[in-house]
Design a protein around this ligand. Structure first.
Ligand code: ZN
Length: 187
């Protein structure tokens, strides 16, 4: 199976140094073949599909002993960037999954704005990431588990761009379970 590989080019920030985003032909075909229907049921399935991809990233983070948060950026039903939390590996408190995803997607799109993009992330973004997503003018945010302690909505829902549509709670249980499992190790 041939694999498309998106390598970041040009001047890179340290956090994207090792980033490489893989999208197999099969995966691409599966996504683009999803018929565009208008009913809510379809949208729910659609969101679940991409959240599952973000969860895969979160699992990868878990395996690296990173807090298991994963994200994907989707444009026209196609994943253009995948990322997971790398704060330990990069010794960088800003290396959250969303920050990595924003940088990677902008590199691939060749522009700094994420208009027409949907970001799927397994856990509600923190205020830093919400602020970054605001700067990126993200069109739509879909997140899984709510973060009662560190989620942006605890501070203010207005941290996001006023035009960003938000869908919370997609596969919330699965996303939260992974976090619980991770933190249970330290108890
Ligand atoms: Zn964050």
């Amino acid at each position: 199976m041939r694999t498309k590989s998106y390598k970041l080019q040009g001047r890179m920030k340290p956090r994207t140094k090792k980033a490489e985003f893989m999208l197999s032909d099969e995966e691409h075909e599966r996504i683009t073949k999803i018929p565009v229907l208008q009913d809510n049921n379809y949208h729910m399935l659609h969101d679940e599909y991409f959240m599952r991809q973000a969860l895969q990233e979160a699992h990868t983070a878990f395996e690296k002993n990173e807090i298991p948060v994963g994200a994907v950026v989707v444009v026209n039903q196609r994943i253009i960037a995948r990322a997971h939390n790398l704060t330990e590996l990069l010794n960088d408190v800003t290396a959250h999954a969303e920050m990595q995803a924003i940088t990677a997607a902008a590199n691939i799109l060749g522009g700094k704005y994420l208009t027409d993009c949907t970001l799927y992330v397994t856990v509600e973004p923190c205020p830093m990431c919400a602020g970054a997503l605001r700067w990126a003018q993200l069109t739509r945010l879909v997140y899984g588990a709510t973060d009662e302690k560190r989620g942006y909505s605890r501070i203010s829902p207005h941290l996001l761009h006023p035009k960003t549509a938000v869908t919370p709670g997609v596969m919330a249980e699965e996303c939260a379970d992974l976090m619980r499992l991770f933190f249970a190790r330290f108890r």
